[in-house]
Design a protein around this ligand. Structure first.
Ligand code: PLP
Length: 374
């Protein structure tokens, strides 16, 4: 066929030959479709920006396989797809409230036996039996930042059921400070919306494993279920990861300083900070909890309104500091009875520290705490 002369047809097919452009960073592949001979096939299956993000996190966590998803909840949902009706799932109740609600919803619908166990407590490990197909927890726990010994719980499950799966939500520890797969977990997953993004501007999820069969399962689930991450989100997240260690080092330093400062405040009874043992958890970033003394929690609204440097809302682990009340925020999807069972009251406050000058943060908190007494 002769070359078209119609300008509309010509304009529609105009392309610049960019094969030798050699950009300094991977450009955004904002496309849903690839040519038929491309290994990427279709963006719901794979995309170069998604693949590069996966490779970056895979390296950081020293895992064999990484599968990105639209957000952290998508990563958790993909993992739950490994369960069949009638199987038993044991979850730690000290986890993000939406994860807890998701487990309940899916268990009810699919006829999965759902049990809870505080895996940081020796006694509760008895809840893991030969019937247990999957266990799920966060360490440090959310809230209270307790430690779950990944090796110990993994060994218990594998000794009773070699096919049992250990799933760790590693969002708060991050790939810089904790590698669950090294301690016996089968799956480590993340809400990349938190530290990976670090700027409260993009959502993502990541599921890591050393097992090829599980990785393939996650990819299939993502392809058929449509949980793929958008190329632009992958590109932004990959860019943010270039500064993950710098942000976390600073957040770690600020958080330690603020922990010591809060412990000195008369309006605060208890400060929660995790046990950084140097073996399982080798460092810790920016989130801590504290409890108000003397029923001061009834002035929580006054407290947050007085703060000038702490943003409110669901964001966390970003470059600016945040304040939240787990009772009404991250754990709002739990019932009052469920929150009472884990000792989560309205007096618990979560602080996430950004990159501000610690002296400014201390002044801001001092003023807000003093207003509670007036
Ligand atoms: N896991 C943890 C520990 C979280 O804190 C969150 C959200 O706050 C999630 C998972 C869910 O992630 P996303 O909001 O990216 O879906």
């Amino acid at each position: 066929m002769e070359n078209p002369t119609n300008p509309v047809t010509k304009a529609l097919h105009a392309r610049v030959d960019d094969k030798n452009a050699n950009p300094a960073v991977t450009p955004l592949y904002q496309c849903s479709a690839f040519e038929a001979d491309s290994p990427f096939f279709y963006t719901r299956k794979d995309n170069p920006n998604v693949a590069e993000l996966e490779e970056t996190v895979r390296i950081l966590e020293d895992a064999n396989f990484a599968v990105a998803s639209a957000c952290g909840m998508a990563a958790i949902s993909m993992t739950l797809e490994l369960l069949k009706p009638g199987e038993t799932l044991v979850v730690d109740p000290y986890i993000y409230g939406c994860s807890y609600r998701l487990f309940q919803r899916i268990s009810e619908r699919l006829g999965i036996q759902l049990k809870t166990a505080d895996f940081s407590s020796e006694k509760d490990l008895e809840q893991i039996t030969a019937e247990t197909r999957m266990i799920f927890f966060e360490t440090p726990t959310n809230p209270f930042l307790k430690t779950v010994d990944i090796k110990k719980v993994s060994e218990r499950l594998k000794s009773l059921n070699p096919d049992g799966l250990v799933v760790v939500d590693n969002t708060w520890a991050t790939p810089l400070f904790q590698h669950p797969l090294k301690h016996g977990a089968d799956v480590s997953l993340h809400s990349g919306t938190k530290y990976f993004s670090g700027h409260s501007d993009v959502m993502s999820g990541m599921t890591l494993t050393n097992r090829e069969d599980l990785a393939q399962d996650f990819r299939d689930t993502r392809f058929y279920g449509g949980a793929i991450l958008a190329p632009h989100s992958a590109w932004l997240t990959r860019r943010s990861l270039q500064t993950l260690n710098l942000r976390l080092e600073k957040q770690q330093q600020v958080t330690k300083e603020m922990r010591d400062f809060l412990r000195e405040q008369p309006q605060v009874t208890k400060v929660y900070y995790p046990n950084v043992d140097g073996k399982q958890l080798t460092g810790y970033g920016g989130i801590l909890f504290f409890e108000f003394s003397n029923n001061l929690d009834k002035y929580y609204q006054k407290f947050i309104q007085s703060l000038k440097l702490f943003n409110t809302g669901t964001g966390m682990a970003c470059v600016t500091s945040m304040v939240a009340q787990p009772f009404s925020g991250s754990h709002a999807s739990m019932t009052c009875e469920e929150k009472e069972q884990i000792g989560l009251g309205e007096n618990l406050v979560r602080l996430c520290f950004g990159l501000e000058n610690p002296e400014d943060l201390k002044n801001d908190l001092t003023k807000a705490l003093r207003t509670l007494e007036s």
